[in-house]
Design a binder for this molecule. Sequence first.
Ligand code: ZN
Length: 240
Amino acid sequence: MTDAGALVLFSGGQDSTTCLAWALQRFPHVETLGFDYGQRHRIELDCRATLRQRIAAQNSDWASRLGEDHTLTLDALGQVSETALTRDTAIAFEAGGLPNTFVPGRNLLFLTFAAALAYRRSLRHIVGGMCETDYSGYPDCRDDTIKALQVALNLGMDRRFVLHTPLMWIDKAQTWNLAQDLGGRPLVDLIVEDTHTCYLGTRGTRHAWGYGCGTCPACHLRADGFRRFAADAVPMPAGG
Ligand code: ZN
C-alpha cells in the first residue's frame, strides 16, 4: 500500500465533484467509485463520465493524476428502500426532509465497499462528501459515524485507511467557494452545468445554480447555497 493513492466516492453530484477536485489537488493518484443500486434516476450516474473528462481537461496536473473509474452494483440497496417495499408509494419527503427512497445506513455500506476496493487497489485515502453542517437528518453523515467507521474498517481489514470528508464542516455556500478556490470559475461553471443533485432526477429547467426541479430539499439547499455564494463572490472580470 502506498501512502499516496486516493479513492473518491463519486456520484456525479455537486458535493462529490467538489471532493474529486479536492482530491486531485492533494493526491498524486486518484481513482473514482460510483454505486449503481437501481436508483430511480440514473442521471447522476450518467453525468460521471462527462464530469471526469471535463475536470481533467481543466488542469493538466489533475489529468495526469486521474486514474481508473469503478462502478459497483449494489442491487440490495434498492430492495430495502421504502419505495421498493411499498411499490405504489410515490416519492415523498418525510419529516426532516428525508426522501422515502432513503436507505438506512447507506453511507456505511458505501464506505465499506469503498474500503474493500481500496484494499484491492492499494489506495490508502478514501474521500467522501458527507457533511454534518447541512446534515438533513442522515445519521450516517455525522463526523462521529465516519470516525467510528474508520476505526472499524482499519481493525476489520488490518489497514490504515484515512477517511477524508472535506465538506463535513462547511455549508453549501462554502462548498461552492471551495470549488472556486480549487478550480476557479471554470470548475464552478462545470459543477453548475454538469452535476446533478435533484432528488427528482429532472434536468428540465436550467437555473443559475444548475438543473433541477427547484423545489425538493436537495434543490433548495443547492440553490440557497449558490445564492449566498454568488452574493459574496468578487465580480468576475468581463469575459472571465
Ligand atoms: Zn429537485
